[in-house]
Design a protein around this ligand. Structure first.
Ligand code: FAD
Length: 453
């Protein structure tokens, strides 16, 4: 007799894919063993450091050599698996990779992973969209395999395809140009004048690393003035708006000579396996374009969300495809605590698949996701920020837990996250000296040795 258990494909073995597999494995009555497709030979995704990055297609991770986490381990960890308590709160990236490897073994995920296997195509089996099953095409060392699944969890991350803004005259600039995705260590910039465009976590961190080696570092950004004193050879400037062969011009008209421009301008969503692929019949191509289509109605007041650039489909609750609810996107949110949040999203999605958490009608899910996009666009924000949550993440995580009836995140996480954010904004050079201990679900203790530095 055919099994009535659901067969789920998980794409990616980074933290989101591992967490999805862990929760599938914990529900053996409802789900078959998951199949986790991982393009590389290792688990860990972003946390696998690659010393010599290649081109975009072959460089998944943007970890740099000396990166330490920008969140304390007490906030980062999955609620059901702790970091080694003897580690400090802010840890080197290699400790996070070790932690994810331990998580993989603790929950017996490794046997479910197909390593060196890249998913190249995903498309729905024609029929009922609400309960669609999926064809997943993958390649292992050039050999192509097609498999059918009842559901797919897309866990491919969103820090691998650099976003680079158009800057007038860029092709004339004679200096070195790179994206922070390819930055690894500061020594190679010794005695150079470097401009970094963007003051997010990577921009600030890399500026601080460079300051010990470069001649001069300019942090060019649109945000409010920074409320901390940078090292002497670091200065601030408004955004770069033009390039000339010998330098860069800022929005205030000032031009500087520069040897290097580093774009710290973030990343695009990238789901190439939903794009039409040669060799697929016309009917299937139509179905697959449909997966990325937001379904805007004639006359709706919104420009096309430009699937070509972002490939971002309409998501209900920022994780379930509004038209194909058997397709989940785990970990698409930004400015969040990634591990605990995917822990919530994975559980929510599996409850839905099991039929324990009913969804609204398709039209309602589509219209809610469209409304979100319209409001976002009207606020003048780019598509890549659509799922930026920040302080909204707590209410979001709580609503997932309430709707699908699982243990919500401990309130102390929000408090600790906000405390870290405040310290980081006021003292990006020192905040990693702090150490925290969680006392209970509501409270934490903080120790500081800031005076030592
Ligand atoms: P990823 O880790 O990117 O994993 C995706 C996996 O999918 C990869 O293994 C990839 O090989 C695989 N894959 C992709 N496409 C395919 C395909 N077609 N077929 C098969 N496999 C595929 N978070 C924190 O909590 N604390 C921090 O301090 C922190 N610092 C960060 C610093 C940097 C520089 C960056 C870029 C991110 C940082 N993050 C931090 C966020 C970090 O990205 C998340 O913590 C988390 O690792 C994301 O996991 P993921 O599984 O969603 O994606």
């Amino acid at each position: 007799m055919a099994s009535s258990r659901l067969r789920v494909a998980v794409i990616g073995a980074g933290s989101a894919g591992l967490c999805s597999a862990r929760h599938i494995l914990s529900r053996p009555l409802a789900f078959d063993l998951p199949v986790v497709f991982e393009a590389t030979s290792q688990v860990g995704g972003t946390w696998v450091y690659m010393e010599e990055p290649e081109n975009v297609e072959n460089t998944h991770s943007s970890m740099y050599r000396d990166l330490k986490t920008n969140l304390p381990k007490e906030v980062m960890e999955f609620p059901d698996f702790s970091f080694n308590p003897s580690l400090p709160s802010f840890i080197h990236h290699s400790e996070v990779l070790k932690y994810l490897e331990e998580y993989t073994d603790k929950f017996s995920i490794r046997p479910c992973i197909k390593f060196n296997t890249c998913v190249v195509s995903v498309y729905p089996v024609p029929g009922n969209q609400e309960r669609a099953s999926w064809w997943v095409v993958s390649t292992t060392h050039g050999e192509e395999v097609v498999e059918k699944f009842d559901a797919v969890m897309v866990c491919v991350g969103h820090y691998s395809h650099p976003y680079i803004p158009d800057i007038e005259g860029m092709k004339d600039f004679q200096g070195q140009v790179l994206h922070s995705h390819f930055y690894r260590f500061p020594e190679v910039f010794s005695s150079r004048s470097v401009v970094l465009l963007g003051s997010g976590p990577s921009g600030v961190d890399i500026a601080m690393e460079l300051s010990a080696h470069a001649k001069h570092v300019i942090l060019s950004h649109r945000g409010p003035p920074l409320n901390w004193s940078p090292p002497e050879n670091v200065s601030m400037a408004p955004p770069v708006i033009r390039a000339a062969h010998d330098g860069l011009i800022f929005e205030n008209g000032i031009k500087v000579e520069a040897d290097t421009l580093i774009f710290c301008t973030g990343y695009k969503y990238h789901y190439p396996f939903f794009l039409p692929r040669t060799g697929i019949s016309n009917g299937q191509v139509m179905e697959r374009k449909d997966v990325l289509d937001w379904g805007f109605l004639d006359g709706e007041d919104i420009e096309n969300p430009d699937q070509g650039k972002g490939h971002l489909p309409p998501l209900y609750k920022r994780l379930i495809h509004a038209r194909y609810p058997t397709l989940g996107f785990i970990g698409a949110c930004k400015i969040v605590i990634p591990f605990p949040l995917v822990h919530c999203q994975a559980q929510f999605f599996l409850e839905v698949l099991e039929g324990k958490c009913p969804l609204p009608p398709t039209e309602q899910m589509l219209s809610e996701s469209r409304k979100e996009l319209v409001e976002h666009r009207r606020a003048g924000l780019p598509l890549k920020y659509l799922h930026r949550l920040g302080e909204k993440q707590w209410e979001y995580a709580q609503s997932l837990a309430d709707t699908a009836s699982f243990q919500p995140l401990a309130p102390v996480l929000a408090k600790l996250y906000e405390a870290t954010r405040e310290f980081r904004n006021s003292n990006p050079l020192m905040y990693r000296k702090l150490n925290f201990t969680i006392l209970d679900r509501e409270d934490f203790e903080m120790r500081t040795d800031l005076k030592d530095e």
